[in-house]
Write a new protein. Sequence first.
Length: 517
Amino acid sequence: MSTNKVWNGVWLLFIAGLLGKVISAFYRVPLQNLTGDTGFYIYQQIYPLLGTATILALYGFPSAITQFYAEHPREQQNRLLHWKILTVLVTFSFIILGLLYWLSPVFSNWMKDETLTTVMRQSVWVFLFVPITALLRGLFQVNERFKYFAGSQVIEQIGRATIIIITATLIWYGALNLSSIGLGAALGSMIGLLLAAFFLLLNRREIIIAKGNDTTSTITYRQITSSIIGSGLIISLNHMLLLLLQMADAFTVVPGLLKMGISLSEAMELKGIVDRGQPLLQLVTITGSSIVIALVPSLTTHHLLKERTKTIQTIKRAIHYCLYISIGATAGLIVLMPEINELLFQDRQGVTPLRMLSLSLLFSPVIIVLAQVLQGFGYRKMIAIIFFVGLWLKVMLNYWLTPYLATTGNALATVLTLFLIVMWLFYLVYRLLPGERPIRFSLKWVSVLFSVIIMITFLLLLKWMDITAYIDNRFLLFLYVMINVGIGAFLYGLSLYKWNVLSKEDMKQVIGKGKER
């Protein structure tokens, strides 16, 4: 592919991914508003299952299929091989579906909520829709038809969000019971994947498929299983950090709260309250890391050997940009959490654990950037191992902290897990670049600290004025929060610029990188 085509594809997929994440984050707000914290809890308990299916169909298997065809270019137009791949994917999906269906009572027992068995069994059927969507996305990616791949992603998210919001509305009006949110979420995921597949099938003429009936293929089912299923699972794990942490919460938070002697219904509600932080965490993480990820998608060992100085500068710049955004976003979110919580979720419950959870934003965007860099240098399996270890670390920390600190302990467990993961990734970067320091202490960081102090001081001054005492509706609260966010971001960015933390050249690098390519 030409350089322009690569970067056009990268930016198109970046925009689609960002839009998809925004949709995914924001439909949770009306979901919680309409079904309450208990309904939100039910959704969050099954979301790891639905999210896993989505990631397999969007990232894992399509990328593995693309990689597979890159290794076997002569087989790209072999229809028999397409059918073989589809057969392997369908077989894998049926195995996963059967295991999860069978284990649903066990999982719900671990979660200390037997009512989730039915909801989980409704959700596992989504895996049946993964194979065809994943195969089509892989073929479109192989043929460099990025706009159709991106379009399928957005259509899937819109379809899912629409069904979930319709279900939540019916629950609010009393037409459905609260547990139906699980069925609506599962149905939304299935319809989303089906719409994505239908969209790609409508545009199948855009990809090159042999017109003849190929009856032979040298590729065996064992090769396909090893290459596509094995690689697909590893690739998927690299996109599942936040999902893995939510999976750990699903199994450990409610049992931990029950150890404190509270009732199951109260534990469910408390879990739903702390889960409010997930869309905020997801949205800020993807926003903070997306810009810098667009700077480093093509860095490989070849680039490091050929243009070492330029490659190292690009890596350092990406990490620094991400830290600047993460630090400002974390500070602003902690200060404004009561108002943001009330604006989005209609009350100010759980401010302390949500503020604790906000500290995760110091690490989660940086983790995504470091993982993106390391993947380009062949650390894909190692990153998957790190994330998997992070899952069990989160489980253990939840087990120890939640019974003593309630949901604040759960939030603290997330922060500690992400901190240890980011330290591990930085160690790998230091090994990759011996003698180089991606982050070096300098006066710039003092300037960043003062920039944060200026922003926080202004926001606290507005809070001291107690303007919210005169706000009696949600629209005015929305204006108040947006003005605070806008002015805070402006003051922080202006301070960084005035103290030469960010230069005009830096800003042009971020804004104009895609266009220059």
